[in-house]
Structure formats: structure tokens, C-alpha cells
Ligand binder design. Structure first.
Ligand code: UDX
Length: 462
């Protein structure tokens, strides 16, 4: 009841301003965090880019404000993501500051106050606004904590003049970064890393004047990593994940429409029989990989749901590359293809027994929470680190490395879906699932951390 008293005294008098970027894997955890803080009695304002805004109808209690960003007509693709982020960092600074000044005045008149700003780790510009206006700021990290340490390591290698790093030593373990090898670092280090990428990396590990960091991970997965980061940053660190498993966070957050029709098809499939394939919102494959995957799926005999966004294939039409005959005749019967699926529902369905994933952190933690073992095909950045943990440390995923021929794809799918190896991985996943769920219960680490966070936010409000 002391908790309830705290919530009473906060009731909507304390406002938290959230600043997310227009990327699915970052927008989702920010909106989930907003919903959770809302349920704890805070008012929530979301200041977002005009480009690809969140849908206010999914969050009737929030206030949404679009920051003018000069990005109308912008075509986001995998090749210009950092341009998009850097345009938002420079174009939205003044609009955010103007808006904040106005908001603070309005709130004061009503006897309310802005407690803090919580911004995504990519949006560096928020720090200059919050410092200027003397509002405490907190960074939300949507990745695994181990990714942060691997970014620190890239900086260190560069400072020690060890990049380009010899190809012959890539298999060696990175000292003090178990279980990572040099080849598991988030950027390729065998060639010089371009200056803009080094700058980006340096900005992303810098927490500037933030008074705390929030992580969509949990102490039971990353205890030692989190304590190292806490020591390094010297501000409180709140691992409160998995966010999507908190009841308050069960709101829709997809930019694309989720095709619900797969659920009735899943109802007709036996337990653990279907493989779900998705590469998240950004990663692409080439035509050859598309064709080989289609053949591998066809030959495996395993039922499948395959998400292929309209921009999943580098610059061409999907249909042109599907094998004629055998593969196409499976569609609608043994397999389904969708542009976007209700992923969390699919993973939670008893018929789904495996997940072929690019290992984005949201997908990873969603799969763990449903006890679904994985085929890991990381594409870039943190995905490579996540895949190493899944395959080597936790032993709940199979690694596919740059092999894109139909034979090895078929074999991997069968190893995961029908062989003993896959069953053992599923058992280990179920143990992880239980641990993560326990962390969210009263007395669990994420539960306690979330309470600490809400008290912290209330206490930093001046
Ligand atoms: C990006 C990065 O690539 C990722 O590595 C980082 O950790 C976060 O930001 P993304 O590539 O989109 O994200 O992958 P991921 O983190 O897995 O997020 C994708 C989200 O979209 C998940 O929450 C997933 O449930 C959802 N999704 C995906 C759907 O709802 N439907 C789909 O069909 C596919």
C-alpha cells in the first residue's frame, strides 16, 4: 500500500516526456515504457518526428507532439538509416526546445511539472535540450547490455591502433568479454572503420549528462555486464525488462498493419510444428538467399510462416524469385507469407516450435519469453552479439553462418524442428522463460528495479 500511496501522490502531476526515433525496434520499447509509467501514475508526453509517427489511437492516455523534422518525402532504407537518425538529431533540436518551453509553462500554470525526459540512445540531441532547460534526462537502451560493452571494446581497439585487426585472429576470445570472440564484435574490424561510424559508436556509448539509464533486459540474464556498466557510468542503471511482458505494456506499437489471418491457420497445426521466419523491420536479404531459403523450406517438409516486408529484398519484386511449382504450391497450405505478422502472438502460439531470426533484441527477448528456440542469422550491429549469446552461451539457438544453400538451410530447419538437438534447446529456452517471468513478479529483479525507477523519477523532479 506504500506503493499505492506513492502512485496516488504522483497521480498525473508528474509528467515524463519520451523521445523515440521512428524505428520499429526502438519505438516499441519506448511506447511500452510509456504505458508502464502511465500505469504507475505519471502523465506521458511523446515528442516524436513527423516522419513515421506512432499511432495516438493505441495510447489514448498519452499526449503526442510531432516535432517538425524537414523529412517529408524521405525514403528510409537500410542504407540510409544513420542519415535518418542524424537528420533527426540536427533538425528536431530547436522544435523540441520550443515545445518543452511551452509545455513547462502550461504545466506550471496547472500545478504540474515535467519530471524528466527519457530518450532513445540514438537521439543524442535531446541531451542538449534537457541540459539547457535543466530537466533531468534518462537514456533508454533497447539493446542487450552486452552490446554496450562490445561498443566500448571497439573504441578501445581503435585507441590502441589495433584496427584493422588480423583476419587470422578473429576466432580468438575478446579478453574480459566472454563469450564474445573478435568476430562477434558489432562492426567488422578487419578493415579500417570509417570515421563517421567511429563517431557514431563513440556517441552511442556516451551517456552525456543523463542521470540514469534504463534497459530492456534483466539482471538474471546479464548480472555481471550490468554491474560493469553501472560502475563505468556511475549513475543508476535500471534493468526492467522484458518490457512487453508487463501487463500495462500490452498495447499495439507496429507501424505496419499486422496480418491477423495467420492465427486461424496456426489453430489447425500440431504443437511445435511450425517455423516462424522474420528479419525484423530493417534487415534485407538478396535474391539468391530468398530463392535458396524458399527451396530449403520446401524440402524440409516443415510448415512455415514467413514474413517478407515489401522492402525485404534488395531492390526487386518477391515473386520473381520464388521457385516455380513446388514452392508456390505450398503457399496457403503448408506455408504462409505475410508482409507483417502479429509476432508476439505468433511466438506465443503453441503450434510454433522454432524462430528463424535476424536476432534483433526485441525478437530475441520475445522468443525467450515464449520458450521458442531459434535459428540465428544476424545481419549487423547488436544482432551479432545477441546471436553469440543465443548459440554459445545460452545454447538455445543454431547458428547459420553465411551459408545460403538450400541443402544447409533444409538441414538447419530439421535440426531445430525435429531432431533431439532442437528439443534440448527448447527445454533450455523454457527454463530461461521461467527465469524471466520470475524477475517480473513481486520480489523479482525487474519488478524491484521498476519500482526503484519510478521512485527515482519522482525524486529527481525538483
Ligand atoms: C532494431 C535492430 O536491428 C535491433 O538489432 C535492435 O536491437 C533494435 O532495433 P529490428 O531490426 O526491427 O530492430 O528488430 P527487433 O529488435 O527484433 O524488433 C522488431 C520488432 O518488430 C519486434 O518487436 C517484433 O515483434 C516486431 N515484428 C516483426 C512484428 O510485430 N511483426 C513482424 O512481422 C516482424
Amino acid at each position: 500500500s506504500m506503493e499505492r500511496d506513492m502512485e496516488q501522490c504522483r497521480t498525473r502531476k508528474h509528467t515524463v516526456v519520451l523521445v523515440p526515433p521512428p524505428l520499429q525496434g526502438h519505438m516499441t520499447p519506448m511506447l511500452q515504457l510509456g504505458s508502464i509509467l502511465y500505469s504507475k501514475g505519471f502523465s506521458i508526453v511523446v515528442a516524436h518526428s513527423e516522419f513515421r509517427p506512432p499511432d495516438p489511437l493505441n495510447h489514448p492516455g498519452f499526449i503526442f507532439h510531432a516535432l517538425s523534422d524537414n523529412l517529408s518525402g524521405y525514403q528510409a532504407s537500410i542504407n540510409n538509416l544513420l542519415d535518418l537518425i542524424s537528420a533527426i538529431n540536427s533538425n528536431c533540436r530547436a522544435p523540441l526546445q520550443d515545445y518543452m518551453v511551452q509545455l513547462m509553462e502550461d504545466q506550471k500554470l496547472q500545478g504540474y511539472q515535467v519530471s524528466c525526459m527519457i530518450y532513445d540512445a540514438l537521439l543524442f540531441f535531446v541531451d542538449s535540450v534537457s541540459t539547457h532547460l535543466k530537466i533531468p534526462s534518462i537514456i533508454l537502451r533497447p539493446n542487450m547490455a552486452a552490446y554496450m560493452l562490445s561498443c566500448h571494446c571497439i573504441c578501445k581497439l581503435q585507441a590502441e591502433n589495433r584496427i584493422p585487426f588480423p583476419e587470422s585472429r578473429l576466432q580468438e576470445p575478446v579478453p574480459e568479454l566472454h563469450p564474445l570472440r573478435f568476430k562477434d564484435l558489432p562492426y567488422p574490424i578487419t578493415n579500417a572503420i570509417p570515421e563517421w561510424l567511429m563517431d557514431f559508436n563513440a556517441s552511442s556509448i556516451n551517456i552525456r549528462s543523463s542521470v540514469a539509464t534504463i534497459w530492456n533486459t534483466t539482471d538474471c540474464l546479464e548480472h555481471s555486464t550490468l554491474s560493469r556498466l553501472q560502475q563505468c557510468y556511475k549513475v543508476p542503471c535500471f534493468p526492467i525488462g522484458p518490457l512487453h511482458k508487463l501487463e500495462a505494456a500490452a498495447t499495439a506499437t507496429s507501424f505496419l498493419e499486422e496480418d491477423q489471418s495467420c492465427i486461424s491457420w496456426l489453430e489447425r497445426q500440431p504443437p511445435n510444428s511450425v517455423i516462424y521466419i522474420s528479419l525484423g523491420s530493417i534487415a534485407c536479404i538478396n535474391e539468391q538467399e530468398l530463392t535458396e531459403t524458399a527451396w530449403g523450406l520446401a524440402n524440409s517438409g516443415i510448415p512455415f510462416i514467413w514474413v517478407l516486408r515489401s522492402d525485404s529484398i534488395d531492390g526487386s519484386q518477391l515473386d520473381d524469385h520464388f521457385p516455380e511449382g513446388s514452392f508456390k504450391s505450398l503457399l496457403g497450405e503448408r506455408g504462409l507469407i505475410f508482409k507483417w505478422a502479429p509476432q508476439k502472438k505468433v511466438l506465443a502460439h503453441r503450434a510454433v516450435g522454432g524462430f528463424w531470426s535476424h536476432c534483433g533484441w526485441n525478437s530475441t527477448i520475445e522468443s525467450i519469453c515464449e520458450g521458442v528456440p531459434m535459428i540465428c542469422r544476424p545481419h549487423f550491429a547488436d544482432q551479432i552479439v545477441n546471436a553469440r549469446y543465443l548459440t554459445y552461451e545460452w545454447k538455445v539457438g543454431l547458428e547459420i553462418e553465411n551459408v545460403v544453400d538450400r541443402g544447409s538451410i533444409e538441414k538447419s530447419i530439421r535440426r531445430l524442428m525435429v531432431e533431439v538437438e532442437g528439443k534440448e534447446m527448447r527445454q533450455r529456452m523454457l527454463i530461461m522463460k521461467d527465469k524471466l517471468e520470475a524477475g517480473l513478479q513481486k520480489g523479482g529483479s525487474s519488478y524491484e528495479s521498476l519500482n526503484d525507477l519510478t521512485e527515482f523519477i519522482t525524486s529527481v523532479s525538483s
